[in-house]
Design a protein around this ligand. Structure first.
Ligand SMILES: O=C(O)CCC(=O)C(=O)O
Length: 230
């Protein structure tokens, strides 16, 4: 998708789907690596996944994502969550509808510009059957959070292939979908970015060891400036 179309879709609908940013075999390798580190039932998160899986580094600085971050957040911008793997296992029921932090701590009506830009790298296929992220188009323009956590009749499940990336405005109402299959996993790498003027609470997401950070390319080191262990 042309960069202008991606920007326009995020402005107007609150999200866009970028196709094929990662090769399917690379997506499959990251999925396998994550699953080996994750345990539990239902919807399992691995917060701060960049530290145990440094191969996620190129996803954090992909040029198409950097362009959208610079456009919507201004420069400099920073990583917020240092990658969270999000695994929806077969038989998992719905995640609650929400808008993302720091909304909830911000006076309504919410601003039209994003306080957080979100991405979900699809490492498996995403479908309405296996728990694709569901979004309510244009809800980022409504200036408020959803009235409750129940699914919304206006929502759509964003289907995609391994290597595709869903990008959304942090005020867009969204949730993880149900996985109604008996055997199809859904794994995503969720990477969130904040503008310079939004401060990342030090205990909200895992930080990154300084030694590891120094081994990353300089553009990623810059994005991690706010996330270093003390
Ligand atoms: O896992 C998903 O599809 C949704 C993720 C989500 O709700 C979030 O990152 O805020």
């Amino acid at each position: 998708m042309a960069v202008d179309d991606a920007r326009r879709q995020i402005e107007q609908r609150g999200y866009c789907l970028l196709k094929g940013l990662l090769a399917p075999d690379a997506a499959a390798r990251l999925d396998a690596r994550a699953r080996a580190l994750m345990a539990g039932d239902g919807y399992v998160n691995l917060e701060g996944a960049l530290e145990p899986i440094p191969d996620l580094a190129p996803l954090c600085t992909h040029p198409a994502i950097m362009d959208l971050c610079a456009h919507f957040l201004g420069t400099p911008f920073y990583l917020a969550n240092n990658v969270c793997m999000k695994w929806v296992q077969p038989g998992t029921t719905t995640g609650g509808l929400h808008a993302d932090w720091p909304l909830g701590q911000v006076k309504e009506p919410y601003p039209r510009w994003p306080l957080l830009l979100q991405t979900m790298w699809m490492l498996t296929d995403f479908s309405s059957e296996n728990g694709a992220t569901c979004v309510v188009p244009e809800s980022h323009l409504w200036g408020q959070p959803p009235p409750g956590r129940a699914p919304d009749p206006r929502e759509v499940a964003i289907a995609g292939d391994p290597g595709d990336v869903l990008v959304w405005h942090g005020a867009l109402w969204h949730r993880s979908g149900d996985n109604n299959t008996i055997d199809r996993q859904r794994m995503g790498a969720n990477i969130a970015y904040i503008p310079q003027w939004v401060h990342r609470p030090p205990d909200m997401w895992p930080n990154i060891a300084r030694d590891l950070c120094r081994r990353f390319p300089t553009d990623l080191q810059q994005l991690l400036t706010r996330s270093l262990e003390t």
